[in-house]
Design a protein around this ligand. Structure first.
Ligand code: NDP
Length: 335
């Protein structure tokens, strides 16, 4: 049987600025099963993630640049269509890094089986996937979060941020959530029950605003955005506060070299800890994350929303819209 795979490829590197749809192309190629690559998978859900932006430049990063004209990678959930590997059979649901395409062939070692689950499959790209694990590992392994503390979260209406907010609320923390639209503010306040949510785009003086909403200062800041927001948060940390550097989306598309932090004196005087982490260093740290997250989801203690675009042709738009904040919760493409 001839297999035709349709995929997203990067046409040119994008050293600065926001990507445009014209920077991508939808291509197709013919695939054939062989002795090594002996499993055919049809994707059903594709994850769209900010880290992909870093792979669209030629700069050195923690993952190599995407190859121009070739399939972009990314996380995906799909079902096995045909298998000559005795470990996999038709109908098996699998997780892979063969996203940004509608179907593919690979070997068994490239796939992770998803066992019977009553959860929607795309949950394995959201709260039970990389973004949920990022929230969990960031808070517990790096943030040393403690019951009752005050925690500030940026990009709180997104996939990582909304999970961070809910884990912290479940621990009895006081949660202050920053996000970029009134719709996201409503969701955070009314459904996720954070203590304070605000639209950072409507705030003139962020340092003053943070002082107003939390005069005693924050124990922990979960930083998804970097830049000016990070600088403002440093001013409002408590002594011995911790800042977890998870992302820097406000600087990902900068057209000039981002300015450095001007208030390092506060880091010294307040004896702050600033710590970066990458979830890719925690690929084997599945427990207790998976058990806790499954329990929380089934008990209704972690809720999630998804923004879904349909068909592989719309994946570039989904990615650009993610960078522009058009997603509420996890950005996904349904194939
Ligand atoms: P999100 O679902 O949070 O989507 C990205 C969001 O970033 C947008 O919705 C937008 O929301 C916000 N944003 C875009 N531009 C700006 C800006 N200039 N200033 C402030 N906010 C902006 O993505 P994820 O949940 O997948 O990821 C969240 C962060 O975590 C990202 O920075 C990502 O790179 C990082 N990350 C880090 C990992 C690690 O291993 N350290 C692993 C996974 C993710 P808004 O409407 O609020 O502006």
């Amino acid at each position: 049987m001839t297999i035709i795979s349709k995929y997203v490829a990067l046409k040119n590197y994008i050293p600065t600025g926001l990507p445009k749809e014209d920077d991508f192309e939808i291509k197709s190629k013919t695939l054939e099963l062989d002795e090594t690559n002996n499993i055919h998978v049809l994707n059903s859900w594709i994850s769209v993630d900010p880290y992909m932006r870093a792979r669209m430049t030629e700069r050195k990063n923690y993952k190599p640049p995407f190859l121009l004209g070739e399939e972009m990678e990314g996380y995906a959930i799909g079902s096995v269509q045909e298998s000559k590997d005795s470990q996999f059979k038709e109908g098996d649901i699998v997780f892979s890094n063969f996203g940004m395409r509608d179907n593919f062939i690979c070997k068994g070692g490239d796939l992770k089986k998803i066992k019977n689950s009553n959860l929607p499959l795309q949950t394995y790209l959201g709260p039970l996937g990389m973004t949920g694990q990022t929230a969990y590992i960031g808070l517990f392994n790096h943030g040393n979060i403690q019951r009752g503390q005050s925690i500030l979260v940026s990009s709180a209406g997104g996939s990582v941020g909304s999970t961070v907010c809910q884990i912290a609320k479940n621990l009895g923390c006081k949660v202050y959530a920053s996000t970029g639209s009134d719709e996201k503010v409503d969701w955070l306040k009314n459904e996720l029950n954070v203590d304070v949510a605000f639209n950072y785009k409507k705030i003139d003086n962020l340092v003053l605003h943070l002082k107003e909403i939390c005069p005693e200062g924050f124990d922990l800041y979960f930083d998804n955005v970097g830049g000016d927001f990070l600088e403002s948060a440093i001013f409002r940390m408590k002594n011995f506060g911790r800042i977890i550097i998870c992302g820097r989306i406000s600087q990902m598309n900068s057209t000039s070299v981002p300015a450095g932090l001007k208030n390092m004196a506060h880091v010294l005087v307040k004896r702050l800890t600033i710590k970066g982490f990458l979830i890719f260093d925690h690929e084997n740290d599945n427990e207790p994350f998976e058990t806790d997250m499954r329990n929380w989801i089934s008990e209704g203690k972690i809720k999630f929303k998804e923004t879904i675009y349909e068909n592989i042709e719309n994946a570039p738009k989904a990615f650009i819209d993610l960078l522009n904040g058009k997603n509420l919760g996890k950005m996904l493409v349904k194939i």
